[in-house]
Design a protein around this ligand. Sequence first.
Ligand code: OAD
Length: 240
Amino acid sequence: MQWTLSENAQVLVLTGAGVSAESGVPTFRGMDGLWEGHAVQQVASPEGFYADPALVWRFYSLRREAGLKVKPNPGHEAIAALERQLGDRFLLATQNVDGLHQAAGSERVIPMHGELYKSRCEHCETPFYDESTYFEPPLPTCDDCGGKIRPHIVWFGEGLESSHLTRIDQFIRKAGKNLVFLAVGTSGVVYPAAGLVDVARRFGGKTWLVDLDPAREAYARYDHVIKGKSGEVLPKLFAI
Ligand code: OAD
């Protein structure tokens, strides 16, 4: 299948872990919710960090280390090429923290769930300069206030940055009926990202999903559902 976009089309792409699967990054549901016997929800939460910051840092350090070995795949590249065609008529909201979209050349990116190689103070929120790994204590502390440094990730139970939500909301409202909303490689269970398709529909946008294994409900929520790997489907869909 191939898109024919109108001259006024405004494209909002939402990506999830599936877009990075072909680069070798495991999806969340694919891990069965467990990491070394710990529930992912436990290590990726403020409660988990409070209880055992070293464990949480080890989890993210492993992901940082693995992230250095992976490269963008044709799915990321197709999305970046689409942005080059559309310019400001394009916006990418990603739930992935791996930075692979940016590595593929995407610029108009909203990292809704944070960024793997960034950290900040848990108290004063000052960004931390060091992108390295922390497998063992001593764990990093803030130069300004001495607070613990935490990964710059939106954890379970935490809200998204309001500026991110505002930017997405404005893009959808401005586009109205010209909106083409495309979700790629996301199971659609984590809100508010999972609700963007409903917002897009409310404003009259067309909605598409590309996913290897779409949930049954997806067929009712999206105008078009394409079952397949993003690295194979997207270059054809965009004819890139
Ligand atoms: P999930 O792991 O929940 O879903 C991955 C989706 O990708 C599934 O629907 C798969 O069918 C699909 N998939 C797998 N391989 C694919 C491929 N090659 N091409 C296309 N699709 C493929 O990941 P997310 O939906 O991203 O949140 O999960 C959402 C959020 O839940 C994550 O950002 C994370 C997690 O809890 C936080 O960390 C806050």
